[in-house]
Design a binder for this molecule. Structure first.
Ligand SMILES: Cc1cc2nc3c(=O)[nH]c(=O)nc-3n(C[C@H](O)[C@H](O)[C@H](O)COP(=O)(O)OP(=O)(O)OC[C@H]3O[C@@H](n4cnc5c(N)ncnc54)[C@H](O)[C@@H]3O)c2cc1C
Length: 403
């Protein structure tokens, strides 16, 4: 008897990596993506060592490195004095991981490369332009409704993975609360061709603390491979898109950050709402939530997509083991039991603390933060412990130890 497919709602990086990992374990899978193409707006790009190990396990690591940028170090800066507070080097993790570095690789590249790999499997299917509109869970299967070419169609599968992003139709259809809050300020991302490394010695990933306007700065390869920098700033609550995004305002913002002769060449501007939210449950019977549909967070520390890929690997591992009869169906309970607390402890808590550290206004607390960062960077034991946590290796090792 042929096995019923696992259905995946959403063909973003998390949905497609889940599908690829399932297909590689001989599980039939069908992915339904609402959009007609992969969204290539600037979003996540930082891939931490723990996630790189996972991407290696599905055969994507070499291509991610080839199409991205390897960033061994990252820095904390004091923005008002434009000075480096501390630098951290992942090489200190060389005995802990096969990937003692971070790779900056834009998420649309990751999704596209995984879709291409997925399509090589006869038992896998990827459909653009087919939104999932309804879900009918049952005890022994799950049925979804998708719209294809303007027509509604019912599709049946063994399980459904809701990887359909922060506004998840799957999560809403199951009435699962998305607990947490939305920050009052929105974040602005400016992409420029100006080279902050050669001009100012900025590492490929850098966090600038400032009581008035913190900044995140990082380099990505770009589609042409020539390199470009993304600078992330907070905006004031209530500011309109036009006030924030107009040419004079964006130029002034970058000039205030690092003054330079002539204008900045800005190649992309976007502004978005930022949340800290976690779904009350990651599972409802035969339906699972993964990636942004299960949790969203601010991007400081670059952890959101990483957490989603960790969901993808845990879930695909459990589902394939259960479907092949290697593990009891109760193994699926570990997904919510493990991934939800891991997200709260390692992604929500770290990103909230990262934001607080960068925006700290009290001079004594800022100084104490800087002293702490300098001490941590200078002490090899503390340096390693700090990176084990920020790279998510600690969370993965803890998860393995508990299994
Ligand atoms: C504007 C923006 C900027 C971001 N910047 C950063 C950053 O700098 N750093 C960082 O770490 N993270 C960032 N994030 C978060 C990061 O992009 C996400 O963590 C990541 O995209 C999660 O991947 P995903 O596959 O779970 O969700 P998504 O990438 O959102 O993919 C979900 C997919 O589901 C599809 N979909 C939606 N509804 C349906 C439906 N009903 N049926 C079928 N398909 C559907 C969507 O079209 C989409 O392709 C950003 C997010 C946004 C929105």
């Amino acid at each position: 008897m042929t096995m019923a497919p696992v259905l995946v709602a959403g063909g973003g990086p998390v949905g497609v990596i889940t599908a690829l990992a399932l297909a590689q374990r001989d599980i039939p899978v069908r992915v339904f993506e609402a959009a007609d193409v992969v969204n290539d707006a600037p979003r996540a790009s930082t891939l931490h060592p723990a996630t790189l190990e996972m991407l290696a396990s599905v055969g994507l690591l070499d291509e991610v490195i080839a199409r991205g940028l390897v960033a061994r170090t990252f820095q904390f800066w004091d923005r008002p004095t434009r000075s480096v507070v501390a630098e951290f080097d992942h090489d200190i993790l060389k005995n802990d991981t096969t990937c003692p570095f971070v790779v900056q690789c834009e998420q649309h590249k990751i999704a596209n490369m995984a879709i291409e790999r997925l399509r090589a499997f006869k038992h896998a299917e990827f459909n653009f332009g087919t939104p999932v509109t309804a879900i009918t869970p049952a005890d022994d299967h799950v049925e979804i409704t998708v719209t294809a070419n303007g027509k509604a169609q019912k599709i049946s599968g063994s399980y459904l993975v809701g990887a359909d992003g922060g506004r998840s139709t799957v999560r809403k259809a199951l009435d699962i609360p998305f607990e947490g809050y939305t920050w009052p300020e929105r974040f602005l991302v400016l992409t420029t061709l100006f080279d902050f490394a050669s001009e100012h010695g900025v590492a490929y990933r850098a966090y600038f603390s400032d009581p008035d306007e913190w900044t995140n700065l990082f380099k990505v390869a770009g589609d042409d491979g020539n390199g470009r920098w993304r600078a992330v700033f907070p905006t004031l609550p209530g500011q309109t898109d036009e006030e924030v995004l107009n040419e004079a305002a964006t130029e002034a913002r970058l000039q205030k950050f690092f003054p330079k002769k002539g204008t900045y060449e800005i190649v992309h501007r976007n502004i978005y709402k930022v949340h800290q939210r976690v779904a009350a449950r990651f599972r409802h019977g035969r339906v699972f939530l993964a990636g942004d549909s299960a949790h969203v967070n601010n991007p400081i520390g670059g952890l959101g997509l990483n957490g989603g890929i960790h969901d993808a690997m845990h879930l695909s591992g459990s589902l394939s083991s259960v479907l092949h009869g290697e593990r009891p169906a109760s193994d699926l309970d570990t997904y919510d039991a493990v991934r939800r607390p891991m997200n709260i402890e390692y992604v929500q808590q770290q990103t909230i603390a990262n934001k607080k550290r960068l925006e700290e206004k009290d001079p004594a607390s800022r100084q104490a933060n800087f002293d702490q960062l300098r001490r941590t960077a200078a002490d090899p034991v503390a340096h390693r412990a700090f990176l084990m946590r920020t790279s998510l290796l600690e969370s993965v090792r803890k998860q393995k130890a508990a299994a």
